[in-house]
Design a protein around this ligand. Structure first.
Ligand SMILES: C[S@@+](CC[C@H](N)C(=O)[O-])C[C@H]1O[C@@H](n2cnc3c(N)ncnc32)[C@H](O)[C@@H]1O
Length: 293
């Protein structure tokens, strides 16, 4: 039989001190009783175990796939070659990249590498042969702003869609193969250290011609970057882009140049450590004359 509650017990319950209330950031409050504190601690402690179990179960369910989130497993399922072709040759990404609103035809990792090279080598002049909209020239000018050093010489045969203006950039408009442009470039960079980027006509013979005209300007410790040798990596039977260069593109030109001038330039594969690059074997560093470093 149930015992009646004594008046003393009712009195004791009513006068029992209320639990302390703690404010939470949301403004809500909750009583921190010993029981709720214990529950909270147990919940926190069980989380890693719980999430590990969930991950583990999912991995088993998906036959040990490395990526266990279904959406990302699908998105990341292509090979680097597929991705590079999709990015660059199919132009699914290449034409969507911009720097501060200016279209820029680069692989993102290459822009990062440009930034590293400019910061490390601090060239007085960066000659960009081929600027198109001007995104890459502006990017380099802004990196130079940040380190407080460097000028860009932008050479392009056409300024029809070029849309950049920056105090560090000098534009020379004309065919980079013309003696006038070559002469103007030489005069502009004659008093400092020079880095050269070739990003103009990508046909092998044109690249060879331009490298023979401009590579000599690169000063020791600086880089000659031969852009877009990626076009030569793809199989012409499967890639429209590769078909566009039946006589080869920048990669065989860069290879031939590096071989012929091995005493002056070395290929810096460390600049390709992010794997995805438009410039395979295209980061050439000018050596210092022996005994000078
Ligand atoms: C691949 S786009 C440059 C892309 C740009 N550097 C960027 O990353 O956004 C090639 C550019 O080279 C220029 N070009 C092609 N042949 C040239 C030549 N013989 N002399 C100067 N510029 C040339 C084209 O007009 C075009 O703007």
């Amino acid at each position: 039989m149930k015992q009646p509650i004594s008046p003393e017990l009712i009195e004791k319950k009513l006068n029992r001190p209320k639990p302390r209330k703690f404010s939470r950031p949301s403004g809500a409050t909750y009583p921190l009783t010993a029981l709720s504190a214990l529950k909270t601690i147990l919940t926190i402690l069980s989380q890693p175990l719980k999430s590990f179990r969930t991950l583990h179960d999912a991995a088993l369910r998906d036959n040990g796939a490395l990526v266990i989130d279904r959406e990302y497993r699908e998105r990341w399922s292509s090979s680097i070659a597929d991705y590079a072709h999709w990015y660059y040759a199919d132009k699914r990404l290449l034409h969507s990249i911009s720097w501060l609103g200016v279209p820029t035809r680069k692989m993102l990792a290459d822009l990062w590498v440009y930034q590293e090279i400019i910061h490390e080598c601090r060239p007085d002049y960066i000659l960009e042969i081929g600027s198109l909209f001007g995104g890459s020239a502006l990017f380099m000018a802004n990196v130079c702003d940040m380190i407080g050093h460097g000028k860009i010489i932008s050479v392009d045969i056409s300024r029809a869609i070029y849309g950049v203006s920056h105090p560090r950039i000098t534009e020379l408009t004309g065919d980079c193969a013309s003696p006038e442009i070559i002469e103007q470039v030489r005069a502009l960079v004659s008093d400092g250290t020079v880095m050269v980027i070739h990003d103009a006509d990508h046909n092998r013979t044109a690249v060879m011609r331009d490298l023979s005209n401009y590579a000599g300007l690169v000063t020791p410790g600086q880089y000659l970057i031969v852009e877009d040798g990626i076009v030569d990596l793809f199989n012409p039977e499967r890639s429209r882009l590769a078909k566009a260069y039946p006589d080869g593109g920048p990669l065989p030109a860069a290879d031939q140049f590096a071989k012929q001038h091995a005493e002056l330039f070395e290929i810096d594969m460390n600049r390709e450590r992010f794997l995805l690059t438009s410039n395979p074997r295209g980061y050439l560093r000018r050596k210092y004359p022996s005994g000078t470093r």
